[in-house]
Design a protein around this ligand. Structure first.
Ligand code: F6R
Length: 242
């Protein structure tokens, strides 16, 4: 495990963008595993800047996103498809047909999970997986207690995740109760994993996930077992790890 210390959220974003840029420059046909949420926004802004300056070409890149709410249409502003389009995809030259996200509207959940696992396999697996971390240790929407060996599956969101994500909705009642998530198995098969974390509110879970026991009760703790895992975090998030 490598830990890269950043001064601030902006510095964390710069350091994460540097790693992703290097990946795309060295391997233009990379498969990037991408996340939504607040953590990667700064990283995505920097990738957009670098693309606009002519330094990054995404024309051969494929992306697979970690998760999507069940029941939300791709053009719903709270959907992760919408998030990715507005915060990254429409500002860079990635081909829309090379961007993959679970389909929240598919009625047959089992078929959708199978399809999404097939998408990842057909792409040849993930070269670099970017992750954020939930306060309860979730990665993607792999909530505490889920099995490490699962592929894509439908999860019931925990109360703490619903509480944390209600900021993106009009009210807590509007937060979908279920989501598709890439499973821990697919995440762990990524050739490289980069977890980003910023802020004092992430310090406790970072400490627990990286220094505590490896257990499904703290899904991110499984990252301790990955051979090419990098944490990029600011001083606040690393506060308890000293
Ligand atoms: C979203 C995802 C989630 C978030 C996590 C942290 O695609 O995978 O696991 O990374 O909930 O969210 P933020 O970054 O908003 O603190």
């Amino acid at each position: 495990m490598m830990i890269i210390r950043a001064q601030s959220y902006d510095d964390m974003s710069r350091k994460a963008a540097n790693i992703i840029s290097a990946q795309v420059i060295l391997h233009p046909a990379s498969v990037l595993g991408l996340a939504t949420g607040s953590s990667p926004l700064g990283t995505y802004r920097l990738l957009i800047d670098r693309h606009r300056k002519g330094d990054l070409d995404f024309s051969a890149v494929k992306s697979v996103n970690l998760d999507e709410y069940q029941g939300l249409a791709p053009d719903s502003p709270q959907s992760y498809r919408y998030f990715m389009r507005h915060n990254l995809f429409q500002h860079i030259n990635i081909r829309p047909e090379n961007t993959y996200i679970p389909n929240g509207l598919e009625a047959d959940a089992q078929a959708e999970c199978k399809r999404y696992d097939g998408v990842i396999d057909d792409a040849g697996g993930i070269d670099l997986q970017l992750l954020g971390i939930g306060h309860n240790g979730h990665i993607g929407f792999n909530e505490p207690g889920g099995a490490f060996e699962k592929g894509t599956h439908l999860v019931a969101l925990s109360d703490s995740t619903i509480e944390a994500n209600k900021r993106f909705f009009d009210s807590e009642a509007d937060v979908p109760r279920h989501a598709y998530t890439m499973g821990i198995r697919s995440i762990m098969h990524a050739r490289r994993i980069v977890l980003i974390a910023s802020g004092k509110d992430k310090a406790q879970i970072i400490q627990k996930a990286l220094r505590g026991p490896i257990t499904p009760a703290v899904p991110a703790s499984v990252l301790q077992l990955h051979g090419n895992f990098t944490l990029v975090a600011d001083e606040d998030a690393l506060f308890l790890l000293r």
